[in-house]
Design a protein. Structure first.
Length: 344
């Protein structure tokens, strides 16, 4: 199997001699409590290391938090859950030439700056910078986010032989070392990122790190291909009656549902979130995605259920997926798959 391990990249003048200057350092601090969530320097790992960490932080009357990290020399995957009892600010700092892919799945988080940016649920943000510090304001609520950090040379080499990459605007800007700030490049494809992050965090082939690294390569290629497909507008068919503006709002609706299918909003609430009236939302969603909003929520729940029942009881799976009644969950599962959860 072919590997992409920091081979020379002559097209953009990137080689190995400056690698040390671009090793990632990651630091997350809750300012109000002066509490470090984690501080990592990937330079201490060798090229075949993949380190798993789980960090829990409890501050009485302030927050409970848990971060799951998967770390290597060139890739860092971070999945963090906050249960906040008051407003806090996360100072999230990165040094080193880094690609960041991030998404908030729960909570109402805002990046503080001259033009504060609300981090929309289910929206994937891509940034590129030699270093960055973001101040993320989070209210008293539950917040969940994922973040993938890639060393830039690894990213460029990973994708350089893909047939579609020559038309990818983000890749071109990174190759030309044009900084991409938060909000300049974002797409509503949160569920795919969440699933890929789950796959990366669940991968524990300790006996064969080469295979695990190859698996990381493949999953990241899958993610970037999906982002490219979304960005090039491949989903917009000229035969649709919806406008391109409405199409983007419908994609946001789908991304929001992907992030919140366990506790989905009403159609009225969803229409307010994406700023599209209820009739256009219902009609447009069915036209573009081929199913009603209700059917889509059921599909998301059932896809998740088929994985959950491998490690959880039927009662537990029903609760995790937001079903108030276990018999209702079993009935929905049988209608979707043709068998009960236990038979499945």
């Amino acid at each position: 199997m072919q590997k992409y391990r920091l081979t020379p990249y002559p097209d953009y003048g990137i080689g190995n001699k400056n690698i040390a200057k671009r090793i990632m350092e990651i630091n997350s601090v809750i300012l109000e409590e002066n509490c470090s969530m984690f501080k990592e320097n990937t330079g201490k790992y060798n090229s075949k290391d993949i380190i798993s960490k789980r960090i829990k932080k409890i501050k009485k009357d302030a927050f409970n938090a848990e971060s799951t990290l998967k770390l290597s020399k060139f890739i860092s995957v971070i999945y963090t859950n906050f249960d906040l009892k008051k407003k806090v600010t996360d100072k999230f700092s990165i040094t080193g030439d880094t690609i960041m892919i991030s998404c908030v799945y729960k909570g109402d988080s805002t990046v503080l700056s001259k033009r504060s940016k609300n981090l929309e649920l289910g929206q994937v943000f891509l940034t590129y910078s030699p270093e960055s510090t973001q101040y993320i304001k989070m209210p008293a609520s539950k917040t969940r986010y994922v973040c993938i950090l890639l060393q830039t040379d690894y990213y460029l080499n990973l994708l350089k032989n893909e047939k579609w990459i020559k038309n990818d605007s983000f890749y071109k800007n990174v190759g030309l070392k044009k900084q991409i700030s938060l909000g300049q490049f974002s797409l509503p494809v949160g569920f795919q990122l969440q699933q890929i992050v789950k796959d990366l965090l669940a991968c524990n082939w300790h006996s064969n790190t080469d295979l695990q690294l190859d698996f990381f390569d493949l999953k990241l290629k899958e993610l970037f291909l999906q982002l490219h497909h979304q960005n090039t507008g491949a989903d917009h068919d000229t035969n649709y009656t919806v406008s391109r503006t409405s199409m983007e709002k419908l994609k946001k609706a789908r991304a929001f549902l992907m992030a919140n299918y366990k506790n989905p909003p009403t159609i009225k609430a969803l229409s307010r979130i994406i700023l599209l009236n209820e009739m256009e939302l219902k009609k447009g969603f069915k036209e573009v995605f081929g199913k009603t909003i209700r059917a889509y929520i059921i599909e998301l729940r059932m896809n998740s259920a088929s994985q959950l029942i491998k490690d959880h009881s039927v009662n537990e799976a029903a609760g995790i997926l937001g079903y108030k009644s276990v018999p209702h969950f079993i009935k929905s599962f049988k209608k979707y798959y043709g068998v009960t959860p236990k038979q499945f």
